[in-house]
Design a protein around this ligand. Structure first.
Ligand code: CA
Ligand code: CA
Length: 487
């Protein structure tokens, strides 16, 4: 285990380093060690050495300072979350990401015909602005966000009205449930599209707005693909084909009780969203629907990324939130938001890089000339390297890997981390998490290093499920697994 507590190392660093960093480094993450043990070790060390402070006539101010550091570090030990021990559910067999198939799908999507304007007809109204039912809700992370029903206007309509003010790098989610837990939900599989009227006003509208049925039932779909000018202050009718919504495999079925909107802002935003009605529609032109959204071609199951070899962090398995990954923000705040800004669509890249898996929760970006290559890196990462960014505590991704030979492998990691990012964890087949401390704090989320961080043992060859656990502060590029000894 890479992270075994080394008291003397701890003590030396303690005197000179930021206790929060130390706490992040050493907070408990071993399944058999309680967090308080760390505090205890730290405290015992202080007690053991306190006489030294007096004996060497270190002034009381110094001792006070040291004690304050200790208290801060102990508090941080409690506050800094451990690496997640979560793993894919036991019945998940692993659906490896197939990059060649992904590229083929993207190319096919670019050639798909647009659906004709009258492709759908209204079939069911589940929320009516004349007779609204249900209740709204807003996520906890917004500041100043409210959701409610407007007073009836002259036509007797009552709009769902959402107001939000966000200051910098924030995620917001709000929704409306028309059916309670004891009410009958709607079987979405009976319909072909969801439709609603929306108007967005305000001094700083969001760059992107994402829609999902229920809070977790489907992956969030960017509205921009369905109405590019939806932020112009006018009412717009948005119709999203059900086939365009990526179903979340973690959820039970197509029974929906409401809908959710999500936004993410990098700077700040203040806007109002009004919604009128919410309908489910059936296709009037099924041939056009089939042409625009053909069924996925049958492909031979991919074997996954091979070991020995390179494992690309962005090539995590298919499956969705809670199945093949856990991410704090349901939208991809990089591919789906940041990299949709024109200035981030660099000339050295293509849509493949800047939109990579944009409709999934894991936050993915690519190395850019103006961010990653403008300064000296510890190794030449090069442009267009896909990486997982937006890393937050307790996030994880799983990979189906094809282990060619059992044995011990060097773990060589291409990463960037600011001073907060210190550990990653790897586990095989939902087993214990091996933790790795970074040999170098690169000093910036776009300053890249590649180095050996330890070893890992694959006890058997064949297809296996591999889980990567990470905390905040990282950008995670790829792992190389080089054999040390092969059985
Ligand atoms: Ca995310
Ligand atoms: Ca994330």
């Amino acid at each position: 285990m890479q992270s075994a507590l080394d008291a003397s190392d701890w003590a030396l660093q303690w005197l000179f380093a930021d206790p929060l960093i130390l706490a992040a480094q050493y907070s408990s993450h071993s399944p058999d060690t309680a967090r308080c043990d760390r505090c205890g070790v730290y405290w015992r060390w202080i007690m053991r050495h306190k006489s030294d402070f007096f004996a060497s006539s270190i002034n009381r101010r110094g001792l006070r300072h040291a004690t304050l550091r200790a208290v801060a570090a102990c508090a941080a030990l409690i506050l800094v979350p451990a690496l997640s021990m979560a793993a894919p559910p036991a019945d998940y067999l692993g659906v490896p990401f197939d990059d060649a198939a992904y590229r083929a799908d993207q190319a096919a999507a670019a050639l798909r015909p647009r659906l004709p304007y009258h492709a759908f007809e209204t079939a069911a109204t589940v929320w009516d602005s004349k007779d609204p039912k249900g209740a709204g809700w807003a996520g906890k992370e917004e500041s100043g966000a409210t959701i409610g029903l407007d007073s009836p206007d002259a036509d007797g309509k009552r709009f769902i009205h959402y107001h939000v003010a966000l200051n910098g790098y924030r995620y917001a989610v709000f929704g409306w449930n028309w059916a309670g837990p004891n009410d009958a939900p709607v079987d979405l599989s009976q319909y072909d599209a969801v439709a609603f009227l929306i108007r967005i006003t305000g001094p700083r509208p969001p760059q992107e707005l994402f829609f999902a049925v229920d809070e977790t039932e489907s992956g969030p779909v960017s509205l921009r693909d369905y109405e590019s000018e939806f932020r112009d202050g006018n009412w717009h009718r948005i119709t999203i084909p059900v086939r365009a919504m990526r179903r979340n495999a973690a959820q039970a079925g197509p029974q929906v009780r409401g809908f959710a909107f999500r936004t993410f802002v990098w700077d700040s935003a203040e806007y109002d969203v009004q919604l009128e009605g919410f309908t489910l529609e059936r296709a009037t032109d099924r041939a056009a629907l089939d042409a625009a959204y053909p069924p996925a071609p049958k492909r031979a199951p991919a074997r996954g990324q091979a070991i020995p070899g390179r494992l690309q962090c962005a090539f995590y398995d298919r499956g969705g939130e809670g199945i093949s990954y856990h991410d704090t923000t349901a939208v991809n705040i990089l591919s789906g938001v940041l990299n949709q800004k024109p200035m981030h669509q660099r000339r050295h890249a293509t849509d493949y890089e800047w939109s990579f898996r944009r409709d999934e929760g894991v936050d993915i970006s690519f190395t850019k000339d103006f961010a990653d290559l403008k300064h000296k890196n510890f190794f030449d990462i090069g442009p267009n390297q896909l990486y997982i960014g937006g890393a937050e505590p307790a996030e994880w991704c799983s990979y189906t890997v094809d282990v060619k030979k059992a044995g011990i492998y060097k773990v060589i990691f291409a990463y960037a981390n600011d001073k907060n990012g210190q550990r990653v964890g790897l586990s095989i087949n939902r087993g214990p998490v091996n933790e790795y401390k970074m040999p170098l704090v690169t000093g910036g989320a776009h300053t890249w290093n590649k180095s050996e961080i330890g070893t890992i043992t694959f006890p058997q060859a064949g297809r296996q499920l591999f889980t990567l656990h990470y905390g905040n502060g990282f950008n995670l590029g790829y792992f190389d697994f080089d054999p040390v000894t092969a059985k």
